[in-house]
Design a protein around this ligand. Sequence first.
Ligand SMILES: Nc1nc2c(ncn2[C@@H]2O[C@H](COP(=O)(O)OP(=O)(O)OP(=O)(O)O)[C@@H](O)[C@H]2O)c(=O)[nH]1
Ligand SMILES: [Mg+2]
Length: 323
Amino acid sequence: MFRRLFGRGQDAPRTEEEAQVEEQQVAQSLEKSRQGIFGRITQLFATDAPITEELWDELEEALIQGDVGLETTQYLVNRTRDRVNRYGTKRASEAREMLKAEMVRIFQDQVKPAAAATALPFVILVVGVNGAGKTTLIAKLAHRMRHRFGKRVLLAAGDTFRAAATEQLETWAERAGVPCVSLGQGSDAAAVVYKAIDAALEQQVDVLIIDTAGRLQAKFNLMQELEKIKLIIGRKLPGAPHEVLLVIDATTGQNGVLQAKAFMKSAGITDVAVTKMDGTAKGGIAFAVAQDIERPIRYIGTGEKMDDLALFDAQTFVEALFA
Ligand SMILES: Nc1nc2c(ncn2[C@@H]2O[C@H](COP(=O)(O)OP(=O)(O)OP(=O)(O)O)[C@@H](O)[C@H]2O)c(=O)[nH]1
Ligand SMILES: [Mg+2]
């Protein structure tokens, strides 16, 4: 198998075709959002009717219903209104393009903290609440990096808490064709991390992805434990983890924002993945999370299968919401 080395852990460029396939996946996964709340917004702004006060009220209401969140909704509405006023725009259909541009900007404004670009192994710590889709996402990422980019990937079964969590990751690892380090249920997550980093160095892997137990953001002890795991990784391998990937389930609505804030505080999130976009009409959560913790969305989970993963692209996402 050919092996390409790229600057960043997994930011290998997509071919035109790969990008198109992913665009379609995103569009499909947003079907419910598009037919629901965002469809309503499209209708509101579809006509050449004049822009009225009611239009802004209805937009605000729809965005809030779409889980864009109060603050981000107000930000979006105000920014769009400002633009409309500045440009003297008269028709709703023209205002729609301005709204879309402001939506794209929300994502593009988010900066990613600089990671050690050439770090080998590139260590990714995956965190999130119970059932968010962490383990599935790890499998998808491993599969993608290995088969598309020819990277050597190693997984670490850092969820030593939930029964069968290790087996679940091992099964996925096998399917993805990558090795997995585990010590079994009840073992110390820190010990798994230690062993995995040793193995990653020894086997000279490109990327090490660490799974963690799901935890509720309000459980202080569990959040502290996460802080500890992160510290241990850094002690064992200075500079690591190079990426802390927060997984948010799109169907959880506004609670996702609370999750993001709490995980940001204890684990210092660098990137976000939004999963189960295919299962909700409230795709707006992506705006609220990105704006609230000021971190980029990197991936969209578009289904339960290994291939159901798309790189997040702001323009594609917004276009798909309105298409
Ligand atoms: N429809 C859909 N289902 C998904 C997606 N990602 C994950 N799931 C499903 O969500 C469920 C939970 O996924 P896991 O990957 O086990 O979640 P987790 O965060 O590792 O869960 P814990 O380890 O228990 O905290 C599984 O049934 C997955 O198949 C997605 O993008 N779309
Ligand atoms: Mg899991």
